[in-house]
Design a protein around this ligand. Structure first.
Ligand SMILES: *Cc1c(COP(=O)(O)O)cnc(C)c1O
Length: 385
C-alpha cells in the first residue's frame, strides 16, 4: 500500500517535454529563455509588473527583506502561525522577528493585533523594517486591513504568498498584495519546480535589485567587480521549464484541489465538533491544503486519533503549523499573542490535498475517515479525551 502524501508533486508528460526541451536547448544554467518566459508568465498570473525567479521561496523572502531594509537592530513583524521559513528569513538579515497572533477563523495575521504591535514598538522607539503577511494554506490574508495599517504606519509590507499561487481576494490575485510578494515552488506547493521561488513587485528598481543581489551582486563590467555582498539565488533554466509546464496547468490543478476540499466537506458534514478550516470563506482559495479543526469536547475525539487511524492506512496528515512563538529556536522572541494560534495548533489537522491524488487514493482516505467517524468512541481512544 503506497504512501499517500499531504501534497505530492503533480508531474506529467508536459513537464517531461518542457524539461527535455530546456536540456536540448543547451541552456543548462541559472539563466536562459525558460527563466525569462517563466518570469513573464508568473507576473501575468499574479497581476504584477515584474517577477524574479529564484532558487526558493526562502531565498525570495531573504532578498525581499534585505531590499526593504531589514538589518541588525531593526524589527520585522511576522505572523506566529506560519512555516518557519518566514521567520528564518528575518533572522538571516540580522533583523529581529516579532510575532503576531492570528484570526481564530482563518489563521491569518490578526489586523488589530498587528496594529497594536506596531504602535507598541513605535512607542518604545523601535525601528520597524517591514511587516510580512502570510496567506495561510493558500487563504489570502486580510489585505484590505493590513495594507491600510502598514500604509498608516509607514512600514513596507511583504506578502508571503508561498502557499497561495492561484488564490485571490476580492478579485485580486495572490501575489499582487504588498510592496512585494513571494511565491514558492517547493515539491509540496501548488506548482513545483522541485525547488524554486519568485519575488513579485510592481517596482522596476526593486525587481532589478533582487535580480542583482540574487546573482552574486556582480557589477555590469566584464571583470568581476563587487560593491555589495551577493547571493547565488537564481533559478535554473531547466527548473523554469518545469515551472512553465506547471503554470500552464495551474487552473486545472487548483480545480482539483477545490474538488478535494468539496469531498472533505461532504465526508465531515454533520460531524459534531468538526469544521473545515477556512471553509466558511474559501470561494477564492486555491485550497492548497484542506484541514479540519476539531473541538474535541464536542466531537469526543482528538485530531491525533484520526491522524493515527489514517497513518495505519499509510496516509499522511499533519497538524497546522506549530506557532513560531512556541518554537524552541525562537524562545525569548517577542510575541503579541492571545492563544488563537495555539488553539489552532492543538485542534487542527491537515489532510491529503494534492492535485495528483488518484480516485483510489481519495477513496482510501475517505473510507478510513468514515470508518473512524463511525467507530464506537472506545475504539477512537475516547478514554483519552
Ligand atoms: C513553503 C513556504 C516557504 C518557503 O518556501 P521554499 O520554497 O520552501 O523555500 C515560505 N513561507 C511559507 C508560508 C511556506 O509555506
Amino acid at each position: 500500500m503506497g504512501k499517500i502524501y499531504l501534497s505530492a508533486p503533480d508531474i506529467g508528460a508536459r513537464e517531461e517535454e518542457m524539461c527535455i526541451a530546456a536540456l536540448r536547448s543547451g541552456w543548462v544554467a541559472p539563466m536562459g529563455p525558460m527563466v525569462d518566459a517563466f518570469e513573464t508568465a508568473l507576473a501575468q498570473t499574479c497581476g504584477r509588473q515584474y517577477a524574479v525567479a529564484l532558487s526558493s521561496g526562502t531565498a525570495a523572502l531573504h532578498l525581499g527583506l534585505l531590499e526593504l531594509g531589514a538589518v541588525p537592530g531593526k524589527y520585522v513583524v511576522v505572523p506566529t502561525m506560519t512555516f518557519a521559513a518566514t521567520a528564518n528569513a528575518v533572522v538571516y538579515t540580522g533583523a529581529t522577528p516579532v510575532f503576531v497572533d492570528c484570526d481564530p477563523l482563518t489563521g491569518n495575521m490578526s489586523p488589530d493585533l498587528l496594529d497594536e504591535a506596531l504602535h507598541q514598538l513605535r512607542r518604545e522607539g523601535s525601528d520597524i523594517a517591514a511587516v510580512i503577511a502570510v496567506d495561510l494554506l493558500g487563504h489570502c490574508a486580510d489585505y484590505e486591513a493590513i495594507e491600510e495599517i502598514c500604509l498608516n504606519a509607514g512600514v513596507p509590507l511583504l506578502s508571503d504568498a508561498a502557499e497561495a499561487l492561484g488564490s485571490g481576494r476580492v478579485g485580486r490575485p495572490a501575489g499582487s498584495f504588498g510592496d512585494a510578494a513571494v511565491l514558492s515552488f517547493n515539491g509540496n506547493k501548488v506548482i513545483s519546480t522541485s525547488g524554486g521561488g519568485a519575488l513579485l513587485t510592481d517596482d522596476q528598481r526593486f525587481a532589478e535589485r533582487i535580480r542583482y543581489l540574487g546573482s552574486q551582486a556582480r557589477q555590469p563590467v566584464s571583470h568581476y567587480q563587487h560593491t555589495e555582498i551577493g547571493y547565488n539565488y537564481r533559478l535554473s533554466n531547466v527548473l523554469a521549464a518545469l515551472g512553465l509546464a506547471q503554470l500552464e496547468r495551474l487552473t486545472s490543478m487548483v480545480a482539483r484541489r477545490r474538488q478535494l476540499r468539496a469531498q472533505y466537506r461532504e465526508t465531515f458534514s454533520g460531524t459534531e465538533g468538526v469544521q473545515l478550516f477556512q471553509g466558511h470563506c474559501d470561494v477564492e482559495d486555491n485550497c492548497w491544503l484542506t484541514a479540519i479543526v476539531v473541538d474535541s469536547v464536542e466531537a469526543r475525539w482528538k485530531p491525533n486519533e484520526l491522524e493515527t487511524a489514517l497513518a495505519a492506512q499509510n496516509v499522511e496528515t499533519r497538524p497546522l503549523w506549530k506557532p513560531m512563538h512556541q518554537q524552541p529556536v525562537f524562545a525569548g522572541i517577542r510575541a503579541f499573542v492571545r492563544g488563537d494560534a495555539d488553539r489552532l495548533f492543538a485542534s487542527g489537522l491537515a489532510l491529503p490535498s494534492g492535485s495528483a491524488l488518484t480516485p483510489a487514493e481519495v477513496a482510501r482516505v475517505h473510507d478510513t475517515i468514515r470508518e473512524f467517524l463511525a467507530a464506537p468512541l472506545r475504539e477512537k481512544g475516547a478514554s483519552r479525551v
